[in-house]
Design a protein around this ligand. Structure first.
Ligand code: NAP
Length: 295
């Protein structure tokens, strides 16, 4: 199949949604996006009618409730938005012969292992966010077996601040900066996800689950230290480049349990496309250069 000609993105104000618009439009693809106001996923019964107003041959759902602790306190809503809505959107795509891409997460796993996780490993979410996203994968594929489910982790990107931006902001202001040191995953550049997704969408008959992330894994503490080291090299004035580590246990802001180790294996994606994702720290440096040197 050729590259998609008309892409509709759900999640117009989100980190990945906005990156998709910028990159796909830059690649000459007709891409538009719907915001939360345009289409409220908490009303799955309205989704088909709303989507019928738009022309597209690929629908990419980046939207969802991504605040893990909010999901824990509002599991019913999370199940509707993250769990049921993808099924309704996928069913509409089946009716009109469009492709559907559901963005999912490493949080579908329990994080109990210490090796990169492959797509066929059992899912066992430890919190409401993970349960709702797993439900979303399942409802999407049940409605449209040709759907693509792309699991990503620890996204950072130009359009919306995330962990590295927060830690840099803290290190500009104070000497004591800390982060969790007993949770590991693969930080991933939203721009890279857009490119990898396009590679998949440009291929014939690709369906099913793929893990998409930059290579290598780190703890939040290591991720923070890398961000501070790169920022300092780029001339960002910081009070420290050290990040003190602390464990997840007893960390007050965390209401929900988090999986400890969720580095994803991208071997399936590489075998299919020949693309080897670059390392997370190279991608992070690229991002921070773009952000701090283009001002
Ligand atoms: N960020 C990460 O580190 C990460 C890691 C793993 C997986 N993921 C997955 O990757 C996807 C994209 O992540 P992201 O970082 O781009 O997320 P994001 O920046 O939080 O964007 C999520 C989007 O969903 C929209 N949304 C929330 N509730 C909605 C509703 N009821 N109806 C319609 N839209 C709604 C939000 O709009 P409003 O802001 O206007 O409500 C926002 O535009 C998500 O599906 C997430 O689960 C993210």
């Amino acid at each position: 199949m050729p590259a998609p000609t008309k892409v509709l993105v759900l999640g117009a104000s989100g980190r990945l949604g906005r990156a998709l618009l910028r990159i796909y439009r830059g690649a000459g693809i007709s891409a538009s996006a719907l915001s939360h106001t345009d289409l409220d996923l908490s009303r799955p019964e309205d989704i088909a009618t709303r989507l019928a107003r738009y022309e597209f041959d690929v629908l990419i759902n980046t939207a969802g409730i991504t605040d893990v602790d909010y999901c824990e306190a509002n599991e019913g809503l999370a199940m509707t938005v993250n769990g049921q809505a993808p099924g309704a959107a996928a069913a509409h795509c089946r009716e009109r012969g469009a492709r559907f891409v559901q963005i999912s997460t490493d949080y579908v796993f329990d994080g109990a292992g210490r090796e990169p996780i492959t797509e066929d490993m059992p899912c066992k979410p430890v919190n409401a966010y993970g349960r709702s996203k797993l439900e979303g994968e399942q409802t999407a594929v049940a409605a449209l077996p040709e759907a693509l489910v792309l699991r990503v982790s620890w996204l950072f990107g130009i359009e919306k601040s995330s962990f590295p931006d927060r830690i840099i902001r803290q290190a500009r202001e104070r000497l004591d900066v800390s982060a969790v040191n007993d949770k590991w995953a693969c930080p991933t550049y939203a721009d890279d996800v857009c490119d990898w997704m396009l590679a998949l969408l440009s291929m014939d008959d690709v369906k099913g689950i793929f893990h998409l992330c930059n290579s290598g894994a780190c703890s939040w503490q290591e991720y923070g230290e890398a961000a501070l080291t790169i920022a300092s090299q780029l001339g960002v004035p910081l009070k420290t480049t050290s990040v003190r580590g602390h464990t997840m246990e007893g960390f007050a802001p965390f209401l929900a349990a988090r999986p400890a180790y969720t580095a994803l294996s991208t071997a399936k994606f590489t075998a299919l496309t020949g693309i080897q994702p670059r390392s997370w720290d190279a991608a992070l440096e690229d991002y921070l250069r773009t952000k701090h040197l283009s001002r």
